[in-house]
Design a protein around this ligand. Sequence first.
Ligand code: ATP
Ligand code: MG
Length: 739
Amino acid sequence: MPDDLFTGLNPAQQRAVQAVDGPVLVLAGPGSGKTRVLTHRVAYLIRALQVDPYQILAVTFTNKAAREMKQRLVHLVGEEAAYALTVGTFHSLCARFLRRDSVHLGRERDFVIYDGDDQERLMRRVVRELNLDEKKYAPRAMLARISSAKNELVGPAEYARLNRTYLDEIVARCYERYQQLLRQSNALDFDDLLVEMVHLFEQHPAVLGHYQRRYAYLLVDEYQDTNRAQYTLVKQLAAQRHNLFAVGDNDQSIYGWRGADIRNILQFEQDYPDAQVILLEQNYRSTQAILDTAQAVIAGGGKQKHRKNLWTDNGSGTKVSLHEGYDQDAEASFVADEIARLVASGEVSYGDCAVMYRVNAQSRALEEAFIQHGLRYQIIGGTRFYDRKEIRDVLAYLRLTANPYDNVALTRVLNWPPRGIGERSEAELTRWANELGVPLYQALREIEVGTSPFAARARSALLGFLANIDQILTMRNSLPLTDLFDAMMICLEVRETLLKEYDSEEAEDRWRNVQELRNVMNEYNHLPLESQLSTFLEEVALVAEVDKLEDKADAVTCITLHQAKGLEYPVVFLVGLEEGLLPHSRSLNEREQVEEERRLLYVGMTRARQRLYLCYAFRRATFGRSNITTRTRFLADIPKELLAQTKQQRKTTAPPAQSSMFTARSTIAGPPPKTAARPPRPAAPSSPTFAPGQHVHHPTFGDGVVVSSRLIENDEEVTVKFADKERRLLASFAKLEHL
Ligand code: ATP
Ligand code: MG
């Protein structure tokens, strides 16, 4: 076995790895090797102390981080030991534990996990049932409050007791009914995974005892972002052996809005009086220039306990750039140009570059610029595969197959493929099921045997649906997952349905997506038959946005600041550093929230290894209006001499107007014409140069067929169908060639 346990560690890091008796907190700034230390400590336990890997539990912040940690450990301790470890996020671990032990809570093992979309559906139903105005009591808003309550371990009854306002009272009623319906569907939402686990441990000391004995060594990364429920879980598990190793950085606490409590890390020494606290001060990630700038921002937030010193011997490096663009499109163009320049110089590859922003909507301008420049990019958190309609529909059937009592899945596909079951019948079915006090599936069975409130047509449609479900259910236990899937596609006539619903090309695209789902299933065929479907569904439900981040293609990464936590890239662009975006307009009221936004900026800046660009736009269009912006207050905390400032020349002359009406509009209220920020096209075309049906070639997307084309302002917008999807391109930038 290679002896590299200590070779890549400095003395303080080595101390942290070796301090194995009692609780240890490693409190250290970004890039100081906390995650590395945690990983090496696992290896040390196994290799030096002969701890059974089965007894080690490591908690990471994302599933991607868990996978990476396992991979590193394969090198450090070998495959067998690495696979015997328990590594995962709080949510995935709780899902796994509950599968095993939720029977103690009177719950069935094969519960389903609802994602955001399912939750919204269910809450909409609750709001309607309680005769509330959906506009006033938006399901999402209700869910946000309930989620906060759950993160604080406040259940429906306690919520009702604590309520102070009329709104609280409404939320309490929704909360109670929402939980009832979840239970009836044998479903849990994400927050429930943690809450149920805490309850299980509270109510069944013997079960807790079992876990405490089994996991003699606990390790938690990003401890500063634990919420009350997670903190309680850690406390429960560590209560007996006190072998807790937590690493974190209070300056990087950015999930307060989701209930994370910065006090958890600050109180570690009170919670565990025998704790050792180890500080790491050398940063291995960034240049001194980047570090100085980031420190200036975080220091601007005033005094804090445990202020850390960070230094690096990576050299001073290139000055941090501060760039003002004219508007968001110009800002995006600047980013694209700069990346193209760096890549052309041979200094970096696309995959070395990341662009980070506060809200997902900011990626739109970037995407456009990257397409125009022909740069490869990936957007983390764009339209996700699992959010596509056909995928969600098919998944709903798979969920029903695993658990026919899943009401949300059932209503989703009650009329897909279409069977003539209208909203009225659906409402009637729900009402009737409520009256009987049974899940919808059970109610369908009742129709079969007795009197029901349905007219003959609706009755036979509903029974047709039931027959389909039952047929699939009979195959559930005898077929491997992919075969079950194929049989289901035939039984439901999925392909035929898609062909009826969409034109042939789109139907084929969607069918290809469905087949892609089957490819995913291949990986589960080797599991025992009875756990294939449930394991597959569980992992699908737990795929978090950032987990889809794969470094396969050499592409620029576009990602939100929140998701960028823990990651590092040689070149980082932070865009939209303006008041209202960062700090976000929602955070302006409270000082603590503004400080969280400051930490978010700090997290972003400290992702950079060699080059960092801070960008903002002079004007920005939001909600269709273009306004002059104010650059973020946090920039004022950076001494000027640390920054290399550049500014785009503002356009003073208006682009050639096409009509007087157009000019009038653009000078009075509208946003400046897009062309203001782009190189003007030499001559505006007077008629489209592309026509539907023409075959064209694009340097990045390959061959395609023109769907339509139209003249806009002084350019031509061409819609082209490529092998993977349809795209709208501007002829002046897209470098489209006629074939
Ligand atoms: P963050 O707070 O952003 O999560 P971190 O403290 O977890 O940062 P790591 O990601 O563990 O930091 O380490 C940052 C980088 O420095 C990684 O590329 C890591 O491999 C490297 N590194 C850490 N310690 C050393 C060391 N002693 N020698 C060389 N490289 C190191
Ligand atoms: Mg880390």
